[in-house]
Design a protein around this ligand. Structure first.
Ligand code: HMG
Ligand code: MG
Length: 304
């Protein structure tokens, strides 16, 4: 399991989309700059969704334009429909993500349509992206449980993953949106999807509500999955996922991987600085175990 792992940093999008404290465009851009400087080469920086639904992601066009000078990194943005695609492209997006759900209840709550209707909305986005040479990532939410519909069958996830793949998504990110999964369930789900699609094109997007995210990632790595979504500081959550907490923290993932001999290319000190900076803006310390441990160590050693 010691081959390369690709981390997709979620902090500026999933991380901030549910925060009560507004974060300015300038601070969002600075957050992205700090994450890239820490060695995170793929960062999701915003979402072209309704600003009434997710005001925190308003002005994602300014954020995307504001990070375009950063070299050596790629930036992702969410688009739920053609309107979002138009706006993302006008701001220079080269990689966009569509997002579906494995459960009808979450699909309705999150994007106000059924799963089948969401696929119809994505079809023109994928077709236009193909013509424009734009890469499209596909998310599936609630792969290990739904706050409205309860248990989710692995086959339902696999079938939807195939649909998104057939539409042209280059990677399918499998989201435990409410963080209820456990390692064996995660394996079962990943095996079901991996039986249909190349494992190299799957990503794990695990929230850490029940403290299982690292264990679930390890289980997924045993199944051969090599792409991990994570958010600095363990930020994250979705207003339509009641009770869910943040994404698995990037620093926790990096600490685990480096301990396994995987070179992540991430500078932990710089990542911690980025995490602390945004936590300061939000007015509370970071929740991740590694950030807490390293900040406490700094204090013991007399740092600030
Ligand atoms: P709708 O109401 O079905 O859409 O919303 P509509 O076409 O009827 O439009 C309604 C209004 O939204 C109109 O404005 C549109 O112009 C506007 P109004 O006339 O009322 O002023 N609108 C838009 N505005 C900006 N950008 C757009 C856009 N489309 C329509 N692209 C819609 C459908 C999807 C737009 C809405 O439900 C929405 O924005 N939902 C937010 C979804 C969201 O961002 N959720 C959080 C991200 S997903 C997530 O966190 C999960 C993930 O992390 C993985 C995991 O953890 O599982 C990815
Ligand atoms: Mg998420």
């Amino acid at each position: 399991m010691s081959d390369q792992i690709h981390i997709v940093e979620m902090g500026p999008r999933d991380g901030l989309q549910n925060e009560k404290t507004p974060v300015s465009v300038e601070a969002r851009i600075a957050f992205v700059e700090a994450l890239v400087a820490a060695g995170l080469g793929t960062v999701e920086v915003g979402a072209f969704v309704s600003p009434k639904a997710i005001p925190q992601m308003a002005s994602s066009d300014q954020v995307l334009r504001g990070v375009s000078h950063i070299k050596g990194a790629e930036f992702h943005v969410l688009v739920p429909n053609e309107k979002g695609y138009d706006a993302a492209r006008a701001a220079g997006a080269q990689i966009v993500s569509v997002f579906a759900a494995a459960s009808e209840g979450f699909s309705r709550a999150n994007i106000n349509c059924s799963i089948a209707e969401s696929i119809e909305r994505f079809k023109p986005v994928l077709a236009r992206a193909k013509a424009d040479g734009v890469k499209v990532r596909g998310y599936i939410s609630c792969v290990l449980g739904c706050p409205f519909d309860g248990e989710i069958k692995p086959k339902a996830v696999a079938d939807l993953a195939v649909t998104l793949w057939d539409l042209g998504c280059y990677e399918i990110s499998l989201g435990d949106t409410i963080g209820v999964g456990t390692p064996l369930k995660a394996k079962e789900m990943l095996r079901a999807v991996g039986a249909e699609l190349p494992v190299a094109n799957l990503a794990m997007h695990f929230h850490d509500t029940y403290g299982q995210a690292l264990a679930n990632l390890y289980a997924g790595m045993e199944e051969g999955v090599r792409v991990i979504d994570a958010a600095a500081g363990g930020l994250g959550g979705c207003p339509y996922a009641p009770g869910a907490t943040g994404n698995v923290a990037t620093e926790d993932v990096v600490y685990m991987l480096e301990g396994m001999g995987v070179n992540t290319g991430v500078d932990m000190e710089k990542l911690l600085a980025a995490t602390n900076e945004v936590a300061g803006l939000l007015g509370r310390p970071p929740v991740s175990r590694v950030a807490c441990a390293l900040n406490a160590k700094r204090k013991r050693l007399g740092g600030s």
